[in-house]
Design a protein around this ligand. Structure first.
Ligand code: PLP
Length: 398
């Protein structure tokens, strides 16, 4: 077999869990079937016009060459100003690394901090990329479960169950993909306490910060004693609808930023010059459009969560942030529609695609097989039609 000659690290890597669903949906669409997708991990809004204008201007002005490996100083300064204004955090430009997306920042961090023999704690349900990017560094992911009954919050007892002599870091994601949970001050304090007493790095993925509907987003780096240990990860993707531009950044100690800049400089050279100019404008101009986006997401969320809770056998917590609902569907396991038996989240996903022509993502992709994930980054009309079909399909199960 050909793969036998590939590196071990690639054979250990899981393919993207959403890919199978997307491909199956594409096959149905080819047959002319109208499939409604709840799989999207990106806003359905367009990049704001002033950001596009800034990219056009960067091109016209000839900003088409390599920049410094870790990004332009002026974009780093715009990031510094943003972190001060929105998060109350003090950084200098040499602590910022601009990257090709939040995912790339996470990769830089793992490759710089972790190696074989290390363990990194992930909170379940986790974003699909975390285990894979930890494994790529050579380290092992260790899972600490959070519970729906607790609103997916976490305490120190839970965290300490995952800590061993090998533990080097914890990845924290608030607001969370997939659960939509926003970690409260107590949970974050517990995480900081465990990190300080065990000398762990804190990787704080705050990519959905701008999309909080209830409660408040609190940055981990602002806690007493956490600043030196925390690497904040951010993206232009979600708040500015810039997923395809591939722009993200991290904020950390100067030493770590320098080390990550060295890694990135050899791996990818530098981030895209035009997207950097556009991002500078995005971060500098007040994001007035966000109020409208948030209002739309809120309306869709409320509709979706109510509709899910009205289905027999399904319960859904109100997600406080991001744009995902993460209903518990395990009461449907063991039921049948005709010859089709729903044994698990994968079967339910397939049944919903075949029967209701809707796509959801099975919870096992996030380490939580009693759930499925639905994105509400799609129109309210699509949500109404799709959830109507979802309800009809569920009603046929017995
Ligand atoms: N972190 C989380 C939790 C995400 O859901 C995503 C995107 O889906 C990212 C980071 C990274 O996004 P990007 O690489 O587009 O910045």
């Amino acid at each position: 077999k050909l793969e036998m000659s590939f590196a071990k690290r690639i054979n250990a890597l899981q393919p993207s869990a959403t890919m199978a669903v997307i491909e199956a949906a594409a096959r149905l669409r080819e047959q002319g079937i109208d499939v409604i997708s709840f799989g999207a991990g990106e806003p359905d809004f367009d990049t704001p016009d002033h950001v596009i204008a800034a990219a056009n201007k960067a091109l016209a002005d000839g900003h088409t060459r390599y920049t410094a490996g870790s990004g332009t100083t002026s974009l780093k300064q715009a990031v510094v100003n943003k972190l001060k204004k929105d998060n109350g955090l003090d950084y200098e430009a040499n602590q910022i690394v601009i990257s090709n997306g939040g995912k790339h920042s996470l990769f830089n961090i793992m490759m710089t901090l972790f190696e074989e023999g290390d363990e990194v704690i992930l909170l379940t349900p986790y974003w699909v990329t975390y285990p894979e990017v930890v494994k790529l560094s050579g380290a092992d992911p260790v899972y600490v479960e959070t519970r729906e009954e607790d609103g997916f919050q976490v305490n120190s007892e839970q965290l300490l169950q995952g800590v061993t002599r090998k533990t080097k870091g914890i990845i924290v994601n608030t607001p969370s993909n997939p659960s939509g949970a926003v970690l409260n001050r107590e949970s974050l304090q517990a995480i900081v306490d465990v990190a300080i007493s065990n000398d762990l790095w804190l990787i704080s993925d705050e990519c959905y910060e701008a999309l909080v509907y209830d409660g408040e987003h609190i940055s981990l780096a602002g806690f007493d004693g956490a600043y030196e240990k925390t690497i904040t990860v951010q993206t232009m993707s979600k708040a500015f609808a810039m997923t395809g531009w591939r722009m993200g950044y991290s904020a950390s100690s100067k030493e770590l930023a320098t080390a990550m800049g060295k890694f990135q400089g050899q791996a990818t050279g530098c981030p895209n010059s035009i997207a950097q100019f556009a991002s500078e404008t995005a971060l500098t101009v007040p994001p007035v459009f966000l109020d409208d986006w948030r209002a739309q997401f809120l309306g869709r969320r409320n509709y979706m969560v109510k509709a899910l809770n009205e289905m027999t056998g399904i319960t859904c917590l109100m997600p406080e942030g991001a744009f995902y609902a993460f209903p518990k569907v395990s009461s449907l396991f063991g039921k049948k529609a005709g010859d089709v038996e729903i044994k698990n989240d994968m079967d339910l996903t397939k049944y919903l695609l075949d029967e209701a022509h809707i796509t959801v993502v099975p919870g096992s992709a996030f380490g939580a097989s009693e759930h499925v994930r639905l994105s509400y980054a799609t129109s309210l009309d699509a949500i109404k039609t799709g959830l109507g079909r979802f309800a009809d399909a569920v009603a046929k199960l017995n």
